[in-house]
Structure formats: C-alpha cells, structure tokens
Ligand binder design. Structure first.
Ligand SMILES: C[S@@+](CC[C@H](N)C(=O)[O-])C[C@H]1O[C@@H](n2cnc3c(N)ncnc32)[C@H](O)[C@@H]1O
Length: 430
C-alpha cells in the first residue's frame, strides 16, 4: 500500500471541550467517580450522530473503556456497545455506571445500615500490603495518617458486610468510597502522577469527618442520580468485560461492529496502575506486588514499568524514522526501555487494528482519540503513525481531526511548544 497522508482538518472549535472529561465532572452518574483521562459524553454523542444509521441499530465497541463513557452514552441512546477495561477498579466504575436496576429506597436503606455499623464502632481487619500506606520508621512520607486509613477501611468493611445480602450495590458503594480516597490522602493527582500536598504532615482528619464525607456523597450525589435513572431498552453491562482488550477482542463475532469509539492510553510513559494505585490497594483489587506486576503486564505498552523484549517492528516508515531520531539521544535516556516502549505501543495498536478488520462490518468505522508525544525534542506523531499502520492494513483513513493543541511542560530538550491531540477517522473496506 502506498501511504498518502490525509489532510489534518481543524475541528478544534467543536472538539476542544469534547475531548476533555471536564464537562462530565458534574454530570449525573459521571460524578460518582469523575474521570480525568477520558473524553466527554458530548464527544461520543457527536460521533454517533454523524453516522447515517438509526442510532439504536448501531453495534459499537470501546476496547479501552476507562470510566465507561462510550458504553454509557450508547446505552442512553439504545445502542449496543461492547466494552473492555483492564483495570479492576475502573471496571468497577464501568459496571456501577452501566447498571440500571438500582432502587432508591433500597439504596437509602443500605446507606442507613452502613451508617449504623459505623456508629456502632465497626473495626476492619484488612491487611493492605502497599509499603507507603501509613507511617513507619523506615518511611519519610506516607499516604495516610493512621485515623484516616482506619476510618476509610472501616467504611469498606461496613460495605462488605451489608452488601453480602444486597450484592448489586457492592460496585456502586466501592466506587463512591473510591471517589474520596485521594481527597483524604496526603497526596493529590497531578496529571497521572500522585504528589504530596504542601503541609501534608499537619493536615489530619477525624473519623466522623471521613464517615460523613462518604455518607454525604452516597445521599447527595449517588442517591439523587439513582432517583432519576430510567432503565433503557438495552443493558451494555452485559457486553462489558474486565480484562486485556488485546485478547478479549478475539471473542467478538466477525463482521459485527458498526462503530469503534475509543481513546487508548497515550504514549506518555505513565501507567494507569500507578495513577490508580490508591484505589487498587485500598479497595483490595491488588493484594501484593506480584498482582500489581501481573496487572501491568496486561496493560497496553505505553509505559516503561515492564521490560518487553523482541517486539516485531510495526509497518510504519514514520515510526522507523522517529526511532532513528530518538536514538541520537541514547546517552540521555532516563530509562533504557524507551525505544521498546514506543515499538510495543504501536505494535499493540497494529495488532488491534488487524483484529478489528475482521470484527468490523464492511464499512464499519473507527474513531481514535489520541495525542502525540515528544521525547528529547523528537515528536512522535502518534496520529500519523496510526494512519500509516491502518493504510498498510487495508483501511481508508478518512480524516485526521485536530481536536486541540496541548501545551507541553517546559521541555528539557528541543523546542516543542505544543502537541496535537486528534481524532483519527478510519473506515473499513469491504
Ligand atoms: C484514556 S483511558 C480511556 C478513557 C475513556 N475513553 C473514558 O472516557 O473514560 C484508557 C484506558 O485504557 C485502559 N487500558 C490500558 N491497557 C488496556 C488493555 N490492554 N485492555 C483494556 N484496557 C486497557 C486503561 O486502564 C485506561 O482506563
């Protein structure tokens, strides 16, 4: 296949707000656990509305579901949507949001039962193995002061006890607890990293404050949203799976999908396992460092946390050239695995596009929201490389849409002032 680059069309007027999750923060349901790294409902709605098909006839997929924006919007318009998510915590967020059979009175009663247990002085018996969790003589910094940590885990214990009889409320209550875990910790989320707050050592909370914050969120956000929830004709919960999309995709029927809307992790060397470390450990999704490693191995290769060897080079000339450019800075690499991470990332994308070719209907479409990256002043044009990979696999790339320009932080090398965030529109060929 010869590679002819598609024009980059400026969609920033429409898309600059859509590709950020900010608009979703205060929205009903999305506010249960606001997602930082996602796009908004409006983005999915706009993609769906430009398809010339009756919306409820669409069969969609989001292989990187994150907080479940794509399957949730699809569910609201009555469209079937398969979705996959590797993180057990984010999967819990997806399941909680996609469920439609909550009863407000029952939820209120469950929250009252949890309150009773907390007031009676319930004491947890969890052993959380994260080394930096609480104060130890070997540590200079720790994530929680003792009372905070104990109070949060007491809430988890109360949820476990009450939901043995009402299991369908387990996910939604864990997600609500998950949503206050970082607020009460000694760190804050800065992008995907966790950083210690100023004066973290002096700021402490009382048990009652923490219990009230949880109960308040249950009653003043979650219950209100459950009250106005209307079950639709389709339940995308049935089509959601927790696991590695690179494997799960094989279970889909061939020639079945109309539309893929997705945003894979960006090639920014960060692992979501780190950014959600507190939720993963505190809610018992991982119990030891072997489990963390196993989870990391299942994630897309956008980070350097795992060493990947012998990865076949994806079919992209642009990628090959950028790798040559980057190797000039080899002595400055802060991690030797950077080139392998880059190769692994595009190898994963290539593999997914290859598999999707069979799963999509003849004219099925893929919308991928990504941002470009820069290493040592060398810009990795992720959108262009994905375009080349798609063309080599026999797809038509309809458009690359500039969604917004992302300002780069002070660059150590080179003069990269901004990076393109875009939406690549790809069409299958029959
Ligand atoms: C950019 S986020 C998606 C956000 C989503 N569009 C939203 O609006 O909430 C990418 C997600 O891909 C997930 N992920 C990474 N590797 C994966 C894999 N191999 N299989 C499935 N999900 C994966 C990450 O855990 C993360 O939640």
């Amino acid at each position: 296949m010869t590679y002819n680059a598609a024009k980059i069309i400026d969609w920033s007027q429409n898309y600059s707000n859509f590709v950020s999750a900010n608009r979703n923060k205060v929205k009903s349901i999305n506010r249960w656990y606001p997602i930082l790294e996602g796009y908004s409902n409006a983005f999915v709605e706009s993609v769906v509305s430009e398809q010339g098909i009756n919306q409820s006839d669409l069969v969609c997929l989001d292989p990187f579901s994150g907080g479940g924006t794509t399957p949730l919007v699809a569910q609201n318009i009555g469209a079937k949507c398969y979705s996959f998510e590797v993180s057990p915590f984010m999967s819990q967020v997806c399941r909680a949001k996609l469920r439609q059979d909550y009863h407000p009175q029952e939820f209120q009663m469950i929250v009252d039962l949890i309150r009773d247990l907390l007031e009676k002085g319930i004491q947890h018996d969890f052993q959380v193995g994260l080394k930096t969790l609480t104060k130890k003589t070997s540590l200079k910094k720790w994530l929680y002061h003792k009372t905070t940590y104990t109070s949060l885990l007491n809430i988890r214990k109360a949820i476990d006890i009450i939901t043995t009889e009402y299991p369908k409320y387990h996910d939604i209550l864990y997600v609500t607890l998950g949503s206050i875990l970082v607020n009460f910790s000694n760190v804050y989320r800065d992008g995907k990293a966790l950083r210690y707050r100023d004066n973290w050592n002096k700021k402490t909370y009382k048990k009652k404050q923490i219990y009230e914050a949880f109960l308040d969120k249950c009653l003043n956000s979650v219950l209100l949203d459950i009250n106005s929830l209307k079950a639709g004709n389709i339940s995308n919960l049935e089509y959601f799976s927790n696991g590695d999309c690179r494997q799960l995709i094989d279970n889909l029927e061939n020639d079945h999908l109309d539309l893929v809307i997705t945003s894979p992790p960006y090639l920014n060397s960060r692992d979501y396992t780190d950014s959600h470390m507190i939720e993963l450990w505190m809610l018992g999704h991982v119990n030891n460092y072997d489990e963390v490693r196993t989870l990391r191995k299942k994630t897309m290769r956008s980070h350097v946390q795992i060493k990947w060897e012998d990865i076949p080079l994806p079919k992209s000339k642009i990628l090959q050239n950028r790798l040559i450019d980057i190797m000039v800075f080899e002595d400055k690499f802060w991690n030797k695995s950077i080139p392998n991470m880059i190769i692994g990332y595009f190898s994963d994308i290539e593999d997914l596009l290859f598999k999707l070719k069979f799963k999509l209907k003849g004219n099925g479409k893929i919308y991928i929201n990504v941002a470009n990256s820069s290493y040592f002043g060398v810009v990795i044009e992720t959108d262009r490389i994905i375009e080349e990979l798609a063309i080599n696999l026999g797809y038509i790339v309809k458009e690359i849409r500039l969604a917004r320009k992302i300002k780069t932080s002070s660059q150590q090398y080179g003069e990269v002032k901004w990076l393109r965030e875009s939406v690549i529109v790809i069409e299958n060929t029959p």
